[in-house]
Design a protein around this ligand. Structure first.
Ligand SMILES: Nc1ncnc2c1ncn2[C@@H]1O[C@H](COP(=O)(O)OP(=O)(O)O)[C@@H](O)[C@H]1O
Ligand SMILES: [Mg+2]
Length: 354
């Protein structure tokens, strides 16, 4: 994908011009085919649960990302346009807004601004992972920005939106490295069971709250759990679940919690940072992340509290969190009934690989 190298960190004239634009529209298939060179393989940015995403350029020079949905149900035809219009109206500095859509015949396409610095996933584990472009300052602003984007969805958007798919590949980075959450509310567009089950499980492995996995019902609180996993990933550079052997895997929370209890925060920090981070901020992010990714939904904070804590807005709240039973150095049995990662989190940690 040769265009990556010249796109990274730069923006075309068209993109700059559009930066603050709030307009969105219906695109024709012809326009999108021509922008993506007929959905050429070389233009492909990646493939997700719902289809492939292609880079493209419009007649005015602006760069776009086009998601071509692979699964579709005819019953959902009418809902598609309605839902897309609802999502299209959502505007926030940390959300990737829709530029429009195209629904012609069997083709269903969603158009977004192209994000020249790709995703958090590509920086932590993919294309850019060798370069460490994400220094501590950028990680901190991505952490706060992601939480602010979710806070907007949960508390300000009308109707309120549960993201349902918070993960590193859905945190995109714009030309100023500002976090832009993608695919919010997207799960609603696709009828249940219409996605490929294997990609489904794999793509958000480790991010889903246990009650969401067991009941299939997403909530604000299950979003907060996923945000917690994402925050830990951002700090330590590890994947949400690591394979220990052919049959055993370890979740990022189970790995980080004992270290946090022993106050060994420097061992949690991504070695790629080379020790270049603000210790107080790193400690804060780790504590907040683990607080979010607890198994009991009722013990998790709201995302508004997360934003405050990450910003260090209240010293009192932070010291309360630091002294929570969850972070006591004793073994977990000693803090029964308190906000500990309970038995369930151990279940997540040492699952058998399917
Ligand atoms: N607007 C965009 N700009 C740049 N890259 C994008 C954009 N939208 C999606 N991508 C990238 O395209 C790939 C596929 O996206 P998607 O279909 O949403 O799958 P997923 O997020 O599950 O990986 C991902 O790597 C994603 O980061
Ligand atoms: Mg995505």
């Amino acid at each position: 994908m040769s265009f990556f190298s010249f796109c990274c960190g730069r923006a075309s004239w068209g993109e700059r011009r559009r930066k603050d634009s709030t307009s969105w529209r219906i695109f024709s298939l012809k326009e999108l085919s021509s922008a993506t060179n007929n959905f050429n393989y070389d233009n492909k940015l990646g493939e997700g649960r719902f289809g492939s995403v292609y880079w493209g350029q419009l007649w005015d020079g602006s760069q776009i990302a086009v998601k071509r949905l692979k699964v579709w149900s005819h019953q959902a035809e009418q809902e598609f346009a309605v839902e897309i219009e609802v999502l299209g109206r959502v505007r926030h500095k940390n959300l990737l807004s829709l530029r429009g859509y195209c629904a012609e015949g069997k083709e269903h396409l969603i158009v977004y601004d192209y994000m020249p610095n790709l995703s958090l996933h590509s920086h932590l584990h993919g294309h850019y992972s060798a370069e460490c472009i994400l220094d501590w300052g950028r990680r901190m602003s991505t952490a706060i920005g992601s939480a602010e984007g979710i806070a907007y969805l949960h508390h300000q958007a009308t109707p309120h939106i549960i993201h349902q798919d918070i993960k590193a590949s859905n945190v995109l980075l714009d030309m100023d490295f500002q976090a832009r959450l993608a695919d919010f509310g997207f799960a609603k567009l696709i009828p249940d069971g219409a996605t490929d089950a294997t990609t489904d499980v794999k793509s958000n492995l480790g991010y889903l709250a246990p009650e969401y996995v067991s009941s299939g019902k997403a909530s604000e609180s299950s979003d907060v759990y996923s945000l917690g996993v994402l925050l830990l990933e951002l700090v330590c550079g590890k994947r949400p679940v690591e394979k220990l052997s052919a049959t055993m895997k370890l979740s990022i929370t189970e790995w980080a919690l004992p270290l946090a209890r022993e106050r060994k925060f420097n061992e949690i920090a991504d070695p790629k940072l080379n020790g270049n981070y603000v210790e107080a901020e790193l400690t804060r992010v780790v504590l907040v992340a683990l607080f979010c990714a607890q198994n009991s939904p009722e013990k998790r904070p709201t995302v508004l509290e997360v934003v405050d804590l990450l910003k260090g807005a209240s010293k009192e709240k932070l010291s309360k969190l630091e002294n929570d039973d969850m972070f006591r150095p004793e073994p977990p049995e000693a803090s029964q009934g308190a906000s500990t990662p309970d038995k369930g989190s151990e279940d997540i940690a040492q699952e058998t690989v399917p």
